[in-house]
Design a protein around this ligand. Structure first.
Ligand SMILES: Cc1ncc(COP(=O)(O)O)c(C=O)c1O
Length: 399
């Protein structure tokens, strides 16, 4: 049967969604003889496997059939209480468990936000370069993207205001602005306090919802800590968190903090329609793990590991890349963003690198228009230091 038989039956939203570069990359990382700086994978040595094994057994003994039963959409109440408590302790945020919805990774949160907030053609703002998983999730709902260039310390405020103002004047105000202020994916950049405050004041001035996505904030290994932008305006924002980078991505557990009751109900209903609830077995295991171990100590170990890997990659890039290639120096998270000389294609470099058994993500999918770019993303967390040195040396030789 012809493979394309059903293409003419696909919905407009499906046709508007670009196929995932991530999937192609993840496929590439499956090969053993390849050095991959491509995926955004945590280092598997950071997975607390023995502790999770103990928790899996303990929850069955403790809770019995409940861990195998259907459960409520918003998630396990005790896990939501734990998250509210940690946000209070670490960030001084006043959140109650009812304002938290557990999601199937923060990726699901992005999809639910698109589903609940975007009508076709609605204006939304995001960073450029931006998280490709967000571009993909939102694309399904066919918004008008306004990508605001990211500077070394956050979104360019003048360009952001220009968009917010123009859309307001034309009576189609921007619905929401999506941002990853800590160790952004793909750039590794972090917003300064000044840019955080500026962003918040613009959100308030133009009545725009702030979507603050923070998968990497805990993985901070340098610099001063910053507070959440949404802390100062919780009712006008949605905060996203995840356990993917600090415990394990395979359990697919993240969360949304939503103060606004109408928005929360809409998200909860959309989630109910999507999957009834996130994996309850995983939620019990996670709760048990978090309450029987010192998670802050565990995270500190990950930070030390990633700091070393990041430093190794930066030193190797300084040694093996030509001076014309510039790159970011992250204070945390998982990625370095490199910019090649003007006019050079990172996609072509990618093809050559792949022939040499080393891969990264060319910049293209991080732009909403998918343009040919001279930028690329390198992940340092899932390769040994030897592999980092060898891989960077190989890429350097291609210049
Ligand atoms: C900025 C950002 N948001 C969301 C996600 C999705 O994470 P998860 O669904 O594993 O929680 C990622 C994953 O890499 C990310 O980088």
């Amino acid at each position: 049967m012809n493979k394309n038989t059903f293409k003419n039956k696909l919905s407009d939203s499906s046709l508007a969604t670009p196929p995932s570069f991530i999937r192609a990359i993840l496929k590439a990382t499956e090969s053993d003889d390849l050095i991959s700086f491509a995926g955004g994978l945590p280092n598997p040595v950071s997975f607390p496997m023995e502790d999770l094994k103990e928790s899996s057994i303990r929850i069955i003994d403790t809770y019995g059939s409940k861990v195998f039963q259907y459960s409520q959409t918003a998630g396990l109440p005790q896990l939501r209480e734990y998250i509210a408590h940690r946000l209070h302790q670490n960030q001084g945020m006043e959140i109650c468990a009812d304002e938290i919805i557990i999601t199937t990774g923060s990726q699901q949160a992005l999809d639910l936000i698109g589903k609940v907030l975007i009508n076709k053609g609605d204006d939304i703002v995001l960073e450029e370069p931006g998280y490709l998983g967000a571009i993909q999730a939102f694309s399904q709902y066919q918004p008008t993207f306004h990508a605001i260039p990211l500077e070394a310390d956050g979104m360019n405020p003048e360009k952001l205001e220009k968009v917010l103002k123009a859309c307001s004047l034309e009576s189609h105000p921007v619905k929401f602005a999506y941002t990853v202020p800590n160790f952004q994916n793909p750039s590794g950049l972090t917003y300064s306090q000044e840019k955080r405050e500026k962003m918040l004041s613009l959100m308030q001035k133009y009545g725009c919802i702030l979507i603050e996505d923070d998968p990497y904030g805990d993985l901070k290994f340098d610099g001063n800590p910053y507070g959440y932008i949404s802390k100062a305006a919780p009712s006008g924002s949605i905060l996203l968190g995840t356990f993917s980078k600090t415990v394990t991505p395979g359990m697919r557990l993240g969360y949304m903090v939503i103060k606004d009751a109408d928005l929360r109900l809409a998200i909860n209903t959309a989630k109910e329609a999507a999957d009834l609830h996130s994996n309850i077995f995983s939620q019990y295991i996670l709760l048990d793990y978090l309450t029987h171990h010192d998670i802050e100590e565990h995270i500190e170990k990950i930070r030390r590991l990633y700091k070393k890997q990041c430093q190794t990659m930066i030193s190797a890039m300084e040694q093996y890349f030509p001076k014309e290639v510039t790159f970011t120096r992250p204070e945390g998270g998982m990625f370095i963003w490199a910019t090649l000389p003007e006019g050079m294609s990172s996609l072509k470099l990618f093809e050559k690198a792949r022939e040499n058994k080393v891969v990264f993500v060319p910049g293209n999918p991080f732009y909403t228009d998918g343009r040919e770019a001279n930028t690329l993303r390198l992940n340092y967390t899932n390769s040994s230091e030897d592999a980092i040195l060898e891989g960077i040396k190989k890429i350097g030789a291609l210049f």
